[in-house]
Design a protein around this ligand. Sequence first.
Ligand code: HSE
Length: 439
Amino acid sequence: MVGETLQIGLAGLGTVGSGVYEALLRNRDLLEARAQISYQVRRIAVRDKTRKRGVEVDETLLTDDWRDLVDDDEIDIVIELIGGTTEAYQLVRAALEKGKPVVTGNKALLAEYGSTLFRLSREKGVPLYFEASCGGGIPIVQSLQHSLICNKVSAVVGIINGTSNYVLTAMDKEGLSLREALQQAQSLGYAEPDPLLDINGWDAAHKGLILAMLAYGAPLGSEAISVTGIEHIEPVDFSFARRLGYTIKLLVVIRYHERRNALELRVQPSFVPQQHLLSKVDGVFNAIAVCGDIVGETIFYGRGAGKNPTSSAVVGDVVLAMRECRLPGYHTGFLPYAEGVKALPVEATETSCYVRFRVKDCHGVIASIATIFSQHDIGIAATSSAEGEHDGTEGWNHLVFMLHVCCWGQLQEALGDIRKLPTVVGEPVVLRIESFQTS
Ligand code: HSE
């Protein structure tokens, strides 16, 4: 072993916090042997000291004030797992100010305060590690930051929200409604306390902003990303997708457009070709495809949520922090290296699309919609309106258009005109068809 025993302060003893505590104890011998460093959890900050918890902890370690971790000069490393952005921000900031490396899994914190915290990290020369903030147990942060450092990244495309993927899989494979599938995900503990962020795409967006920052070198604000959730998808969309050779996935798409020197950054439910590996990623699993100019396409797959996978990522960072504590003046934590990245307006992004309308089942309805698409210069690759997909309401049917590649803005204008047709009812469901071009 090298030097003295390193002292860890843990803030938060919820699901992930207890997982981290247990992993640090259970695999102590292995971790100490691998890192050649001994460690001890010195203090644990919790909201309520009297609460019964699922992990056995020496009560004398507990405090209900996270400042005790920051103010304790013996503590070398702070792990932030309290969640939220208010107190978590104060804690991370205070720890970095005090020169203590911080490990966090808090994606919302990085989405909101990433720029400030990384600036502070640079000023103080103190690292902030965040492997657990994206993809749960998948080592994507370290991979983008270090293993793939050689590459100019042309695209990152991934499924990075386990709950929505679980919901989409259950809708597809078991024919459940969105609400039934979400209840199942909640009862299994996958969803966020407020599952709204899982369903409306913002949990994936926060993670997407982190991936974009790693791949392109500068934190981006939430205004840079266009976000659509899965709330409007219905079981009928899966039948159409299957018949057309696709699966529906909520994708984060990050693509660099060299000609415009701008980044396409969006979270949207999308058609994924059945032959592509991402279409096979089911349930709570996540997968992230990274395309680099030197490495080509790589795909990272694993559990994107849950106590143990997330704890694995946190403890990996803790060991890294411990090793780097032994190297004063040096660390491998993320430091922005780009001046800023220009985001491509979503209206200018281009893909083929699937559009499903609910229409009055009468003569001329296909022609009237097709005419409007044509007026907006949008080509139609195929239409579909199978009897079997009828929702049972007399006189109405689903009508699907598969469109050639067009601009999102152009499509929105066409849809604005189509909505005015008396034969079209309610909001159309629009899904991107991802091409998986690597450049
Ligand atoms: N609720 C998240 C998900 C887990 O479903 O992926 C943590 O990020």
